[in-house]
Design a protein around this ligand. Structure first.
Ligand code: GLV
Ligand code: MN
Ligand code: MN
Length: 417
């Protein structure tokens, strides 16, 4: 079977999608900000659905806004083969994270259709709602709900920084109905494959065009609220202060220290947000909220780092006379790819003389949760200097097209099973 990927069209579509952005243009790269249920997210969704309908695919949406684009097979009652990713983007991100998996998946389906292939199982492309945690503080919202990993009531009660709940925001965006309806049964899909940029430097460094993901590291998220005592920046004397931001600064350094001390390269921890109240230059900070993102391939080691951070919090409470409240946002298990799906991808590469590397994904993806529903694997392609979550994120057109072709070949094989 001859599969021709239309690289020019796929690149055009990636560039078009990148124009649905809230970010100011920058001198370098293509800044993309596309937060879930923002005007640009909704415009991007409408554009994608129009493309899918024009191609003759069926489009369905669920109550959280996950989009399903289906090419129906000759045996529509069999569990479908699925692929996809996300199109939301963190503030000031690039144009390839997630989008390569959505538009590459779409082109893979189109290319198979163009080739005249008759598929036995349906092939479905999924565009997940809010893979990024920007708005509601927790990543993979759509795939968590799909896989039954997040309680629907807890999800609906999540709030954004303006205290708008997911329930009200999704309803305003046109997604009504109970979130409990989003969950799919474990045999809904026959297999799942996600195409994504590596977001790290290894493939480029080793000059290998394809990564085959064997496992995904386990992420966790915590929110720390530090409460001290505020006041006038001129009049409140230094010995009388309980400055919440000074305590937060020590806590941030404690996170870095213990992540480094774990002894494993796979332990990473980041404090990526710091909200200071009241946030005025002449006011002593009375309250600070920090969001911590901590990940490891070994959840036990991740927890040991958290315990060390908690011991430092106890010490900080004493010597800075502040309160520190810790809130768990999520603590997920790692996911393993299915050995059969990995072997399938390896065989496709080998048969065509394409070099590949089996690797761990340190970034998380919706595949982490799809692994609870179906056998999964992921295809990685290199990105320049390993850069991601930045406007200068870049993947070569030929690498995008190659990843898309391998995805198409794998989907074709899985759909014939
Ligand atoms: C996904 O965007 C991640 O943070 O790993
Ligand atoms: Mn991302
Ligand atoms: Mn992503």
């Amino acid at each position: 079977m001859q599969i021709q990927i239309d690289q020019t069209r796929l690149l055009d579509e990636l560039n078009t999608l990148a124009r649905f952005t809230d970010a100011e243009p920058a001198s370098e790269g293509t800044p993309v900000t596309r937060v879930v249920f923002s005007v640009d997210d909704l415009r991007a969704r409408a554009w994608l659905k129009k493309l899918a309908t024009a191609e003759g695919f069926e489009v369905r949406e669920d109550a959280v806004g996950n989009i399903f684009i289906r090419w129906t097979g000759t045996e529509p009652n069999l569990p479908a083969v699925a692929t996809g990713s996300h199109t939301d983007a963190i503030p000031h991100a690039g144009m390839y994270d997630g989008t390569v998996g959505v538009l590459g998946g779409f082109e893979a389906m189109r290319a198979l259709k163009r080739s005249g292939l008759q598929i036995r199982r349906s092939i479905e492309l999924v565009m997940f709602t809010s893979e990024e945690p920007t708005r509601f503080g927790i990543g993979c919202l759509g795939s968590r709900l799909l896989s039954g990993t997040l309680d629907p009531d807890r999800a609906d009660a999540l709030q954004d920084k303006d205290e708008a709940s997911l329930s009200s925001v999704r309803t305003a965006a046109g997604f009504a109905g109970p979130l409990s309806t989003v969950r799919l049964s474990p045999n809904h899909y026959h297999a799942w494959i996600e195409l994504h940029i590596e977001q790290g430097p290894l493939l480029e460094r080793e000059n290998i065009p394809i990564g085959i993901v064997t496992s995904i590291a386990a992420p966790a998220g915590y929110r720390f609220t530090i409460t001290g005592f505020g006041g006038h920046a001129g009049a409140l004397l230094m010995p009388d202060r309980k400055d919440a931001l000074c305590a937060a600064a020590e806590l941030i350094l404690s996170v870095e220290k213990h992540a480094l001390a774990s002894g494993a390269i796979d332990t990473v921890a980041t404090v990526g947000t710091c909200d200071v109240h009241p946030g005025a230059v002449n006011s002593v900070p009375s309250r600070v909220v920090l969001q911590l993102d901590i990940r490891d391939t070994d959840p036990g080691r991740r927890e040991a780092v958290m315990q060390a951070i908690r011991r430092d919090c106890e010490e900080l409470r004493q010597h800075r006379k502040v309160t520190i409240a810790e809130e768990l946002v999520n603590a997920d298990a790692p996911a393993q790819s299915s050995p059969n799906t990995v072997t399938l991808l390896e065989n496709i590469c080998r048969e065509q003389g394409i070099s590949y590397k089996k690797m761990v994904s340190r970034a998380y993806h919706d595949s982490l949760f799809m692994a609870r529903l179906a056998p999964i694997a992921m295809i990685f392609i290199p990105c320049r200097n390993g850069v991601s979550h930045r406007p200068d994120e870049y993947a070569k057109p030929e690498d995008i097209a190659l990843g898309t072709r391998i995805l198409a070949q794998a989907l074709a094989k899985l759909a014939s099973e």
